[in-house]
Design a protein around this ligand. Structure first.
Ligand SMILES: NC(=O)C1=CN([C@@H]2O[C@H](COP(=O)(O)OP(=O)(O)OC[C@H]3O[C@@H](n4cnc5c(N)ncnc54)[C@H](OP(=O)(O)O)[C@@H]3O)[C@@H](O)[C@H]2O)C=CC1
Ligand SMILES: O=C(O)CCC(=O)C(=O)O
Length: 500
């Protein structure tokens, strides 16, 4: 019944406010990971399509930048209202194309709605600074200026939320956007573009070009008129994009992988910790950049935690996320499934003890989908590959430690720095942990996922390059600071001279 929500058989690009065919006439089938049913065909566009979108965006941006920011914000406000009105349909389509369970899909769509209203508010803020001048009768201030055409490249795991984290601040700040969504999940992009169209966004301010990373994504990275690239995805691709942008002196914001840990101290509420681990390790089938894939546990509570986790894992229902009773949905595709299987073998070869899961499900009702059982390793050591590398699946490894200090060291001993969490009742440890955990996000007595949109989202070290999505911080990616001096003395005054 829900498949009827998808009205198109083939998608088109959205350029200059029109739905247009790609120049290649080539398509890829998009499948529902829960049953491998074909949902839609997505165009594989070309460099020429990217160029058309950029030229149109460039023209539209000049006008858009002159629209007062509070009016730009009104469009976002209407986008938020429309998203809210269509929340259930959007959530079901999201579950079909991505596989995440329906309650999580609703949560993701809600993030987009929240972002729309939050960024609409920015239209009446977009604060700059005023500051005294060194000279008499002179006024000094700094203002945020739009940058021009921005390119956003988004992944499949949060196909609507991440797009809103990037496109909403870009648009409210007066930029025009060219967006390449992940090929696996084009339907959310199609739906969001339709909503923008209905909300009255002027033609050309948002353009969507579907296609592969190596085709469309790379063409965007190299296009001289795209002045910023905001990317979320894997580390390899992010590094490559950063190098190419560096050569062109193009601003680039990167949000990449994670190897996030929950620390469970000897004084923790174990029932709460179990719940936090379960939700952040197996929610979205572990396919979150913030997913918990390590549990750093004090040796005194290790066995009790293992028992609790095993008992709760048995209750996890696996299947098609459209069923409200399902807790763990499928893996996005065959490639993702294979990668997880490889890591199970690596973990076993390294000597970690497999306590639960470790296999894919391919019989009976699971025959036509990409399902993997929630998996628990224990007695992993910090240097093992399963404790260092991003798996992007429902696999979590317990690493025993002897002290709080060791726990912090193990947490920080990975190349990534996105999210971390500590379960403890000791207020001194809470404050020391939030200071010493080298991650962009720290949770206390909660799992590693569940970011709120008005706080900065991103990580340290190999997770990014110092920029942030979400919150006011996102505006820094999509604006340039301009310093403005107004001299009203009526004479030429010179700063930077020695007045003594
Ligand atoms: N830190 C964060 O905020 C987040 C990080 N992630 C990370 O994303 C990864 C999973 O996403 P996944 O989609 O597999 O990542 P990828 O890096 O493969 O893809 C991300 C996006 O980049 C595009 N792309 C691929 N190659 C290129 C290229 N050479 N030039 C330009 N664009 C390109 C992809 O296109 P196409 O779809 O066509 O391949 C897709 O739109 C995980 O590592 C996860 O940790 C995910 C979410 C949040
Ligand atoms: O879990 C969160 O807080 C957000 C996760 C996310 O955006 C991601 O994994 O891409």
């Amino acid at each position: 019944m829900t498949k009827t929500l998808i009205q198109e058989e083939k998608l088109m690009n959205f350029i200059n406010g029109n739905w247009v065919n790609s120049s290649t006439n080539q398509f890829k089938e998009v499948k529902n990971p829960a049953n491998l049913e074909t949902l839609v065909r997505v165009p594989l566009s070309s460099e020429a399509d990217v160029d058309e979108a950029v030229q149109t965006a460039k023209k539209a941006q000049k006008e858009w930048a002159l629209v007062p920011a509070p009016q730009r914000a009104e469009v976002l406000y209407r986008v938020g209202l429309l998203m809210k009105e269509r929340k259930e349909d959007l959530s079901q389509i999201l579950t079909m194309e991505n596989g995440k369970v329906i309650e999580e899909a609703r949560g993701e769509v809600q993030e987009g709605i929240d972002m729309a209203f939050y960024m609409a508010g920015e239209g009446r803020r977009l604060f700059g600074q005023t500051t005294p001048s060194e000279l008499k009768d002179k006024f000094a201030m700094s203002v945020r200026s739009p940058i021009g055409v921005v390119g956003i490249i988004t992944p499949w795991n949060f196909p609507i939320a991440i797009a809103t984290w990037k496109s909403f601040p870009a648009i409210v700040a007066g930029n025009a956007v060219v967006w390449k969504p992940a090929t696996e999940t084009p339907l959310m992009a199609y739906e969001l573009a339709k909503i923008f169209e209905e909300a009255g966004l002027p033609k050309g301010v948002l353009n969507v070009v579907f296609g592969s990373g190596s085709g469309v994504g790379d063409a965007m990275v190299h296009h001289k008129d795209i002045r910023v690239i905001s990317f979320t995805g894997s580390n390899d691709v992010g590094r490559d994009i950063a190098a190419k942008c560096g050569q062109q002196l193009k601003k680039v914001s990167l949000e990449m992988g994670g190897k996030n840990a929950v620390i469970v101290m000897d004084d923790a509420d174990l029932s709460l910790a179990t719940e936090g681990i379960l939700w952040s390790a197996f929610g979205t089938s572990g396919q979150r950049c913030t997913a918990c894939s390590r549990v750093i546990v004090h040796e005194d509570v290790k066995e009790r935690l293992e028992e609790r986790l095993l008992a709760e894992m048995e209750k996890l229902t696996i299947g098609n996320g459209l069923d409200e009773n399902i807790k763990v949905g499928p893996i996005i595709n065959e490639g993702g499934l294979e990668k997880i299987k490889e890591y199970i073998k690596i973990g076993q070869d390294e000597g970690a003890k497999l306590l639960a899961g470790g296999y894919s499900l391919d019989q009976g009702e699971y025959r036509n989908g990409n399902y993997f059982a929630p998996t628990l390793f224990t007695d992993a050591t910090p240097d093992m590959r399963i404790a260092q590398e991003e798996i992007f699946g429902p696999v979590v490894s317990l690493i025993p430690v002897k002290s709080f200090e060791e726990a912090i060291e193990v947490n920080n001993g990975v190349e990534y720095g996105l999210s971390s969490s500590v379960f403890t009742r000791d207020v001194n440890r809470v404050f020391a942990a939030q200071r010493d955990l080298d991650t962009g996000i720290v949770y206390v007595n909660a799992g590693t996922t569940g970011a709120e949109i008005h706080l900065p989202f991103g990580g340290t070290k190999g997770t990014g390059n110092g920029h942030r999505d979400s919150g006011v911080a996102a505006l820094d990616v999509f604006t340039e600071w301009k310093a403005v001096y107004v001299d009203y003395s009526g004479k030429l005054q010179r700063a930077q001279i020695d007045v003594d």
